[in-house]
Design a protein around this ligand. Structure first.
Ligand code: AP5
Length: 209
């Protein structure tokens, strides 16, 4: 199964990707995570990407397309994968189509949420230092003793720019995938367990609740 999770920042793509990964055992590939790992390790890629990420802008297409083309060739992707945060522009989507042909993307799950929800979620998001697990200080607090961090781009001004960039540059992908007949929208503002089960239904799998 080749699955794309599309949606605004903070709608719950990473949360659902982790859940699908646990349920279907296919790798979760997050361009955001790969870029952040490079930032942390101070690689040339990371140093370049940071200048875009800190402003909430997109990293250039050729860079992320290269990352994805390499990653999906790995053996663990033979049974499919979950793309979380890629593609984000029409150019990325077309490059993905070309890279996987004659195969096709099976499902695009469009997880949607409004600006108020997004800001509430991102300002209180925290992640595990140990394994990156996503938490929310109110809705899904980390276990006691778990060391967590806040992402550099989860500041209100940067969040607002990420949202603007999403509408302008990623928004057109909704029609791109609607036209292919593979996009289904989920209301990401609902309770996380409900969103989990809706996503599984879309993927043709048994909901767990
Ligand atoms: P990326 O890391 O992809 O960030 P994003 O798309 O902005 O999305 P987020 O990770 O912020 O949110 P999410 O939808 O995954 O929500 P989450 O599940 O964490 O990209 C970061 C940057 O990298 C970009 O700005 C860009 O610079 C660069 N980049 C990445 N990919 C790129 C690409 N393809 N091209 C170019 N540049 C690229 O949930 C958020 C919070 O809400 C959490 O606290 C969670 O616990 C909580 N939550 C989730 N679901 C629920 C629920 N149902 N109810 C209550 N709380 C919930």
């Amino acid at each position: 199964m080749k699955i794309i999770l599309l949606g605004p920042p903070g709608a719950g793509k990473g949360t659902q990707a982790e859940f699908i990964y646990r349920h279907l055992n296919i790798p979760q590939i997050s361009t955001g995570d790969i870029l952040r790992e490079n930032v942390k390790n101070n690689t040339d890629l990371g140093i370049m990407a940071k200048s875009y990420m800190d402003k909430g802008e997109l990293v250039p297409d050729d860079v992320v397309i290269g990352i994805i083309k390499t990653r999906i060739k790995k053996d663990d992707c033979n049974g499919g994968y979950i793309l979380d945060g890629f593609p984000r522009t029409i150019e990325q989507a077309k490059a993905l189509d070309r890279a996987i042909q004659p195969d096709k993307i099976d499902n695009v799950v469009f997880i949607n949420a409004n600006e108020e929800t997004i800001i509430k979620r991102l300002s209180l998001r925290r992640q595990s230092k140990k394994d990156g697990t996503i938490y929310h200080l109110k809705f899904n607090p980390p276990p006691e003793g778990e060391e967590v961090f806040q992402r550099d781009d989860d500041k209100e001004d940067t969040i607002k720019n990420r949202l603007k960039v999403y509408i302008q540059q990623t928004g057109p992908l909704i029609n791109y995938y609607k036209d292919k007949g593979i996009l289904v929208e989920v209301d990401g503002s609902k309770d996380v367990n409900l969103v989990n089960s809706l996503v599984l239904k879309i993927l043709g799998k048994e909901p767990v609740i």
